[in-house]
Design a protein around this ligand. Structure first.
Ligand code: XMP
Length: 177
């Protein structure tokens, strides 16, 4: 697997330090509440599990299966909700976690959907935000790292379902595509 990595963009140690900071920011913004966290699968799996274990507070963790890449290296433009039932968010402040903010369509669609379901407020956290113009207007309240506009793998991010278990974020060699 490692032989397919072209360049490491953010290594494990740097990710860990930044997650400490993000956890502090989140704790400060949700001082006395039970935090309802919605993790977007599958990309945010690794990020969320490392981040949420740094928040020593009462959490309720829900997952939402959404798809927008459909296996390739660019967004399909369509956001599909794959679950039969959405988490119960009515009357709650919600923290949504995703792996990466790219066009913005996924987070926009999820935030809109949770607000429609009655969430009182939706805060968003992403490990990575691509430095590019968004196609949908959306704010990420907690951002781990800003990266260039290139396709990345590792730490939850995949290419055709693989590489999610790399402990760092990197780019993929052309010959591995
Ligand atoms: P949008 O464009 O909706 O994208 O902001 C968010 C979703 O698209 C996936 N995505 C990526 N997946 N490497 C990946 O493995 C990438 O560079 C990348 N960029 C976007 C991801 O699922 C994210 O939730």
């Amino acid at each position: 697997m490692e032989k397919d990595v072209e360049r490491v963009l953010v290594d494990e140690e740097v990710i860990g330090k930044r997650l400490d900071g993000m956890a502090r920011e989140i704790r400060a913004d949700f001082p006395d509440e039970v935090i309802l966290v919605v993790v977007l699968l599958k990309g945010a799996l690794v990020f969320a599990s490392d981040l949420l274990r740094r928040i020593p507070r009462m959490l309720e963790i829900e997952c939402l299966n959404v798809a927008s890449y459909h296996g390739g290296t660019s967004s399909s433009g369509q956001v599909d909700f794959l679950d039969h039932k959405l988490p119960e968010v009515a009357g709650r402040r919600v923290l949504v976690l995703d792996d990466i903010l790219d066009t913005g369509r996924t987070l926009r669609a999820v935030v809109d959907r949770l607000l429609e379901e009655g969430a009182t407020e939706v805060k968003t956290g992403v490990l990575l935000a691509k430095d590019r113009e968004r196609e949908a207007e959306v704010e990420a309240h907690y951002v781990g790292f800003e990266i260039g506009d290139e396709f990345v793998i590792g730490y939850g991010l995949d290419y055709r379902g693989r590489y999610r278990n790399l402990p760092y974020v990197g780019t993929l060699k052309d010959e591995a595509r």
